[in-house]
Design a protein around this ligand. Structure first.
Ligand code: UDP
Ligand code: MG
Length: 321
């Protein structure tokens, strides 16, 4: 029977962790009792350097609940890195791992579908949202824009799929081969290339606490996705440069002809406007190149993506903590 691990990254999730654990334990227990998965299956809560009581609560859960384990990172490294730490740790014991958010916005009953596909032989099963009705207008449209841009730039990402997915052990092993520091898992997983399937589900709202992805983080996450999977923006600068040069030559010709025909060039408006336009364009272009150089700089350092502080299981968690 397959050992399945659920990996749940948690950052300041004290309001939801108890309820989440209760629901996940119930789900896992049902699956174990129905002989769908092995009794050695576990839940790993990854504490991504929370500043609230999250880790304390995770430790208590580990003591009370045999199915719960806890992994603590040495500091906050962000959702993607926390997820990776959990996946790597889980793959040491599990045949398949399922990643999901701590707020249980993703319908956990989709797990049955995931397992079915896994048993059919798929190594990667993507949870895909059937609709975005429950999102705010803003989130829905910015998300749409993101997928369009990614598509135009040629990066393969699964449409309407967040990080709710099942991966077989060999898929996680393959993931380890990707050494990059600028981590955008949704872009990397399709590159693994093993057989993959989709399961549709309805995404609900966070049942307590607030989003750990404010607009600022969302934008930088989207940029991370775009910049680490496509070099088209840097190529576009070249085309833009050519275009602007062509326009300026055309303008030059136009003004020269005007000069000979006898029209005097009026005022300084056009001059000033073009100086600003070119200046802006140059700054923008340098900025794009800078973003890439920044990424290269980070990659060349080969810093660890996360450092594990502790890994506790029910068997080892002692009450005198
Ligand atoms: N998260 C994390 N580290 C961070 C930020 C978020 O591990 O630095 C986790 C968070 O605890 C949650 C998941 O990432 O389990 C998704 O966050 P959230 O639900 O707040 O994002 P949203 O659903 O609003 O996009
Ligand atoms: Mg959420």
């Amino acid at each position: 029977m397959n050992i399945v691990y659920l990996v749940v990254p948690c950052y300041n999730e004290q309001e939801v962790i108890d309820e989440t654990s209760r629901r996940l334990v119930a789900k896992l227990t049902t699956l174990i009792q129905a002989d769908r998965i092995s009794a050695d299956s576990r839940i790993i809560f990854v504490d991504d350097g929370s500043r609230d009581l999250t880790w304390r609560k995770i430790t208590e859960l580990c003591i009370a609940e045999p199915l719960v384990t806890g992994l603590r990172l040495s500091r906050n490294r962000g959702h993607q890195n926390a997820l990776l730490a959990g996946l790597f740790t889980a793959s040491e014991s599990a045949d398949a791992v399922i990643s999901l958010d701590a707020d249980l916005q993703d319908d956990i009953d989709a797990i049955d579908g995931f397992l079915e596909k896994y048993e059919e032989g798929y190594d990667i099963v993507y949870g895909v949202r059937s609709s975005r009705r429950k999102d705010s207008w803003f989130k829905r449209n910015t998300a749409q824009l993101f997928y369009k841009v990614m598509h135009i730039l040629g990066a393969e990402v699964e449409y309407n799929h967040a990080d709710y997915r099942l991966m077989s052990r060999r898929a996680v092993e393959a993931l380890k081969e990707f050494g990059e520091v600028n981590l955008f898992l949704r872009g990397i997983v399709p590159l693994i290339g093993f057989p993959s399937a989709r399961v549709l589900y309805e995404r609900g709202e966070r049942f307590a606490g607030e989003s750990k992805y404010p607009l600022r983080k969302m934008i930088s996450f989207a940029l991370e996705g775009i910049l680490s999977f496509s070099i088209k923006p840097i190529k576009m600068i070249m085309s833009l440069g050519l275009l602007v040069s062509a326009i300026s030559i055309a303008m030059l010709l136009y003004f020269l002809i005007g000069y000979f025909v006898g029209h005097t060039v009026p005022g300084w408006t056009s001059t000033i406007v073009s100086i600003w336009a070119i200046g802006g364009l140059q700054l923008l272009s340098v900025g794009v190149i800078g973003e890439y150089i920044g990424k290269i700089y980070l990659e060349t350092k080969h810093r660890p993506k996360f450092i594990i502080d502790e890994f506790i299981r029910h068997e080892t968690a002692s009450k005198d903590r």
